[in-house]
Write a protein that binds this ligand. Sequence first.
Ligand code: UD1
Length: 388
Amino acid sequence: MKVISVVGARPNFMKVAPFIHNINKNNKELIAKGQEPIAHILVHTGQHYDDRMSKAFFKALNIPDADINLGIGSGTHAEQVGLSMIELEKVFIRENPDWVVIYGDVNATMAATVTAKKLHIKVCHVEAGLRSGDMKMPEEINRLVTDCLSDLLLVPDRLSIENLKKEGVSELKIKFVGNIMIDTLEENREKASALSIENIIKENQIVTRHESPITNHQRFALMTLHRPSNVDDENVLKALTHFIMDEVSKEVPVIWSIHPRTEKQLKAFGLWDRLILSENIYLVHPLDYHSMLKLNMQASIMLTDSGGLQEECTVLGTPCLTMRWNTERPITLREHGGASVLVGNNIERIRKEFFDTLQQERKPERPELWDGNTAKRCLDAILDYRSE
Ligand code: UD1
């Protein structure tokens, strides 16, 4: 059997890692039995290309170098998807795989799905069935297109099964496998735990600060922001940044991991110069996997618009304010037992929840099948697949 995995952006990397490790493990058993191993080809579209956004994750998570890098780089959505499709078509025709496996909801996910289906290649979607209902989110369009074309839909939770059934997807195509990102979290917990927060800040800070950095025992807030809805609108980004500088950092030190898009916008809107001089705010470059995990394990509160961090906060129990009005991951919300609450980007609402949430204790939760064994169930689902 020949399988091609297609990845493109940072959130794909922690999902493909356990899948590849599982294929390697399975291949050892097949070879020992004298059987043909699975041939796996890793294709990176090159959407994320900075070392900190891509290479660092391959290294830290023991992902082999991509067999093929399409080098598409940044651009508009149509440019990213269009260029990826043109290049992926050549790869798929040349390699003629039995399966194309795609992860999550980034542009590479949709580009690979459409290209593979038009060549009559079977598609397996890992992390299928998530829906935010927000058609202004590029990822929601990627999810809808991907799920309606995929042959095998591997879902992280039971709510996602219902979403797919409502859209008329045959139940025979859906398999409940759990959350593959939690496999990566469990595999790397111990290594992350041994890191020092002081060193993480020192090694990653954007501006050298002379006051003593946060130690492993201190309280702090951890923050990330990258959604276009939060960082591309000047009024929204201004209000959020002022709230962090004028209120949050007066309560607790803030570690803010800055996404390249956010850095660009903070500079464009004239917010950067004051932010980098703000006391009690530590601006750091995009962090490697273990550093982020360590900070998440110790943070008193997370402020984020990332879906993946919402999930990790649920398992680690970090009280989390999700700076969005909706989520495709309702299982991470407090009403479903998770650690997160939706606060959108309205400062009144964020302020109220921030002060309430800061008082909360950590409360780790483990949604059904978020047990570290999802990659095995994904591979088994592909191996057991029988078309209708
Ligand atoms: C992409 C995903 C999003 C995911 C996010 C995680 C889609 C539609 N979006 O959004 O779902 O949550 O990744 O980061 O696929 N840039 C660099 N270096 C890089 C990559 C990007 O400087 O390595 C800059 C570019 O100027 C680019 C901007 O960041 O224009 C945004 O990058 P882009 O790939 O368009 O989307 P993300 O916002 O990262």
